[in-house]
Ligand binder design. Structure first.
Ligand code: ADP
Ligand code: TMP
Ligand code: ASP
Length: 236
């Protein structure tokens, strides 16, 4: 597999073409950003830790029958993925109130929800990822009714796989964001599942083990990502 020209440089990953038009080469960089790119830093080993956590989690999801874009991890910081036509929405599931739901509805962080809550956001840094609903997605032509239903069902299935996986490691999966895309007519999970795009709290102490450490200047960001990796069994 050959790496070809750079196609897109995102906030945390760079996407390259390959000699196979169906495949992309993803590089996980050490860049950390928050608040839609307003806050930036370089964190040593972040690319490696996230690439390895992502490959591990995507492997677990595949094993549970959830199709993902991952073909294989190529190196410490690089992975080979199927090239998707991305749907420009972020699918969020919350098990516990935190972040924007806490702010929006005035509910304290930490309240466990009796059943998981699903939310859609429009992926747009310029607009700060506004919350949207099914009707917006359908009327704007980003996805069909069936595709919307499929994204929701898959996002909930991910919860059924990952909530116990993290619980067994003494970690509460508070919430997470997924991105999907189409590949030869099929809906696949794309992008990444890493501590950058979810909230993970130590089940006993409630200590934050995710990107909120960076957003809220709590320190030891990568140390905590590495602790997540260690507990779920990712070899770094
Ligand atoms: P952002 O665009 O939010 O700054 P990243 O730095 O993670 O994010 O960049 C990766 C980009 O690649 C994202 O825009 C994401 O939607 C896109 N992407 C992820 N997986 C795939 C894929 N399999 N095919 C095409 N695009 C993808
Ligand atoms: P929120 O509380 O800011 O709405 O985020 C909910 C979860 O989804 C949290 O784990 C962070 C993740 N997320 C992203 O990673 N990127 C995004 O653009 C959004 C909207 C959420
Ligand atoms: N969309 C936001 C960003 O990537 C999410 C966050 O604050 O992490 O900057």
């Amino acid at each position: 597999m050959e790496k070809r020209q750079e196609i897109y440089r995102g906030k945390a990953k760079t996407v390259y073409a390959t000699d196979d038009p169906d495949l992309l080469w993803l590089t996980f960089r050490n860049d950390a950003t928050a608040f839609d790119g307003e806050k930036k830093a370089q964190l040593d080993r972040k690319g490696e830790v996230n690439n390895k956590i992502n490959a591990f989690i995507m492997g677990k999801l595949e094993a549970a029958g959830i199709r993902t874009h991952l073909v294989r991890r190529l190196s410490d910081t690089e992975s080979l993925v199927r090239k998707l036509t991305m749907i420009p929405v972020e699918c969020v599931v919350r098990n516990v109130v935190a972040g924007s739901m806490s702010k929006r509805l005035g509910i304290p962080e930490g309240k466990a929800l009796p059943t998981p809550v699903f939310e859609f956001f429009y992926k747009s840094d310029a607009l700060h990822d506004p919350m949207i609903n099914d009707a917006h997605i359908e009327v704007l032509g980003w996805a069909t009714k069936d595709e919307i239903a499929e994204m929701k069902a898959l996002t909930f299935r991910v919860n059924d796989v990952l909530t116990p996986l993290f619980a067994d490691a003494g970690i509460t999966l508070v919430d997470y964001k997924l991105e999907f895309g189409k590949y030869r007519g099929e809906m696949l999970l794309g992008d990444e599942f890493t501590p950058d795009g979810c909230r993970l709290w130590d089940s006993k102490t409630q200590e934050k083990m995710d990107k909120d450490r960076f957003r809220r200047d709590l320190g030891n960001v990568i140390e905590m990502y590495m602790e997540v990796a260690r507990r779920i069994g990712v070899v770094l």
